[in-house]
Write a protein that binds this ligand. Structure first.
Ligand code: NAP
Length: 320
């Protein structure tokens, strides 16, 4: 089979398309024929060797794929050959024509959801679910600002929060992104590339502030986010690429909090809840992953460059 291999940490050019043996599932494992692979920002940090999780080399990147069960190992009960699935982590890596996964790493993919969309389920939608339900403990009637709403996590968060009954504000950095975030359910959308947009957000709350900020770029926005919070507000730090100075008094004045998490550290009970919630959302249409761009697997390096550039409009997906 064809697979992307990383033999040394480095720039996008270390992603090499190679011919490797197709793996065989051991007991408790399944082999998935991949139809689409989701590219996530963390794939680029891991490839660069700067991420907290450093896989042994060589490795095949990727945790998010959608496809069909090809074969199953002994004892597998959850799925059978021919079943449509999405993956949440894999054993052998998702940037490939086939991937080995543990039985518990594959989840049923509704017929209503294309494989491209299925490749955008685990990390983006799982993160949005964990942020809203577990971290922010969001509830209907609250106001959420999805700060960075045009990308994979942001669009999922907008769709979910809207379905949960929150008032949803989103931001994007291009007019295309702004339109997409509006279309996917945000009540109001602001352009984070324009000076003074934070004052517009505060004005839109009548000066009260927002209850929740889901933050995609904390090293740029955290200080300003704290000033946008209502009493008992919370900032949930999802994305961060550096350091920032904040004034803790902004939290004290508002009885507010800033929390962070990494999806790698969720508990098995949280993960089970997340999949149940996502599968229901995909079935009932409240969760609709958006594929912004499809590229052939051979162009993984291009995908790694583009995912870090401004102008997000949904997911970048690789097709083997
Ligand atoms: P993505 O698809 O690349 O989207 C990036 C988003 O950030 C876009 O909406 C982009 O908007 C926005 N952005 C760019 N500049 C911004 C600014 N100055 N202020 C606010 N937003 C800005 O990435 P993603 O998959 O949604 O992930 C978002 C972040 O969360 C990444 O840093 C990722 O590594 C992180 N993440 C963390 C976890 C975790 O476990 N904690 C899980 C998943 C993702 P424009 O392009 O329109 O400017």
């Amino acid at each position: 089979m064809k697979a992307i291999l990383v033999h040394e940490f480095g720039g996008p050019e270390v992603l090499k398309l190679e011919e490797v043996p197709t793996p065989k599932p051991a007991a408790g494992q399944v082999l998935v024929r991949i139809h689409a692979v989701g590219v996530n920002p963390y794939d680029t940090y891991m490839r660069a060797g700067t991420y907290a999780v450093k896989p042994p080399l060589p490795y095949t990147p990727g945790s998010d794929a959608a496809g069909v069960i090809e074969t199953i190992g002994d004892g597998v009960k959850k799925v059978k050959p021919g079943d449509r699935v999405y993956t949440a982590k894999t054993v052998s890596g998702a940037y490939a024509e086939y991937t080995l996964a543990l039985e518990e790493q594959v989840h049923s993919l509704s017929e209503k959801i294309s494989f491209g969309q299925g490749a955008g389920v685990w990390v983006p939608c799982g993160t949005a679910y964990h942020a809203l339900h577990h971290s922010a403990e969001a509830h209907a009637s609250e106001t959420v600002l999805v700060h960075g709403a045009s990308g994979g996590v942001g669009i999922a968060a907008v769709q979910m929060a809207r379905a949960m009954g929150l008032t949803v504000f989103g931001t994007a950095g291009t007019s295309k992104g702004v339109e997409l975030v509006k279309r996917e359910g945000a009540h109001q959308v602001f352009d984070h590339s324009k000076a003074g947009y934070q004052e517009e957000i505060l004005k839109a709350t009548g000066g009260r502030g927002v209850d929740i900020v889901l933050e995609m770029l904390a090293n740029v926005n955290l200080s300003a986010d704290l000033k946008l919070l209502a009493t008992n507000g919370r900032v949930i730090i999802i994305g961060n690429r550096g350091e920032i100075t904040i004034n803790p008094r902004d939290l004290m004045l508002r009885r507010a909090s800033a929390r962070g998490f990494t999806l790698w550290a969720i508990t098995p009970a949280e993960e089970a809840e997340i999949h149940a919630g996502l599968i229901a959302g995909l079935e009932n249409g409240t969760l609709r992953p958006i594929v912004g761009k499809e590229l052939p697997l051979a162009q993984a390096a291009r995908a790694h460059k583009e995912i870090l550039q401004p102008g997000a409009a949904g997911k970048i997906v690789l097709v083997p």
